[in-house]
Design a protein around this ligand. Structure first.
Ligand SMILES: Nc1ncnc2c1ncn2[C@@H]1O[C@H](COP(=O)(O)OP(=O)(O)OP(=O)(O)O)[C@@H](O)[C@H]1O
Length: 260
């Protein structure tokens, strides 16, 4: 049985069918990329899986539990984690304190009850930092860390609750190629070591081809293709909506920065 089974999932905003009856499965231990052009329905799909948006139709089963209709915290408790962007970490806290905060939250403890803040599960927090290669920088404030290192701390925070499924929304956005590869290699290592599944959106096709075990392609809310990335590269439907435009997302983004 797959860890995640999405069936007939749909969501409309007014007259726009943002997600139009999609089906896919994700087994444990797999890195699955969700790709598609702007407005394809990727974020809407993500937000339905983590409970921020309620689906209009369909089902999202995690290990036999229906997630549709549950609030985000219940979904998180059932084992769906997500990475948060840099702005959402506490930059003035040290790396280990950030992970300790995540452990507190996982244990349902409030900050006000955290009497000995610096002592709370410090060893466990250091162990999590060790898993992402950041133990040596545990006591440095996140504000002074390199961008790629902050991303590693974010990963440690995301795995503090021991998720079965980790959602990563554009994990490598804004990173240089070397940092991207390091982060995705680390993600792959965690997937293998922890038997965790990862669903991620990604604009860099290089990252998808190098690291995703499988990918699903959305266009206008519909799932138009799924399979191994290198097998889908030549799929005419994928080329038409994605590569066939002659523009990758990267080029599009670069074009925006160019003077008119
Ligand atoms: N809150 C909302 N209200 C109205 N329309 C929305 C809302 N959220 C998304 N949409 C519409 O739903 C469609 C899918 O949007 P979505 O953000 O899921 O796409 P995406 O694939 O994540 O795009 P991008 O790559 O640009 O982030 C789009 O037409 C978008 O305008």
């Amino acid at each position: 049985m797959s860890l995640l089974k999405v069936s007939g999932l749909g969501k409309s905003f007014g007259g726009v069918r943002a997600v139009d009856g999609i089906n896919f499965e994700l087994p444990a231990g797999e890195l699955l990329a969700l790709i598609g052009p702007n407005g394809a329905g990727k974020s809407t799909t993500f937000n339905m899986v983590n409970g921020q948006l309620r689906a209009d139709s369909g089902s999202i089963m995690l290990n036999g539990n229906e997630l549709v209709g549950l609030p985000p915290r219940s979904i998180w408790k059932l084992g769906v984690g997500r990475t948060f962007q840099i702005a959402e970490t506490f930059a003035s806290l040290t790396a280990v304190e950030n992970v300790q905060m995540a452990l507190l939250s996982a244990d349902n403890k409030l900050l006000s009850t955290w009497r000995r803040a610096s002592a709370y599960k410090r060893n466990q927090a250091i162990d999590l930092l060790d898993q992402v290669g950041m133990a040596a920088q545990a006591d440095r404030p996140c504000s002074v860390l390199a961008y790629g290192d902050v991303k590693r701390v974010e990963l440690a925070i995301a795995i503090a609750n021991d998720p079965k499924l980790l959602l990563m929304d554009e994990p490598t956005a804004g990173m240089a190629p070397k940092e991207r590869n390091d982060l995705m290699a680390l993600t792959k290592k965690l997937v293998i070591e922890r038997g965790m599944a990862v669903l991620f959106t990604e604009h860099s096709m290089d990252v998808v081809f190098a690291y995703a075990d499988r990918m699903i392609v959305l266009a206008r809310g519909r799932l138009i293709a799924e399979g191994k990335p290198l097998e889908l590269r030549d799929d005419p439907k994928v080329q038409e909506v994605y590569f066939g435009s002659g523009k990758t997302f990267e080029k599009k983004k670069a074009a925006v920065k160019e003077p008119a």
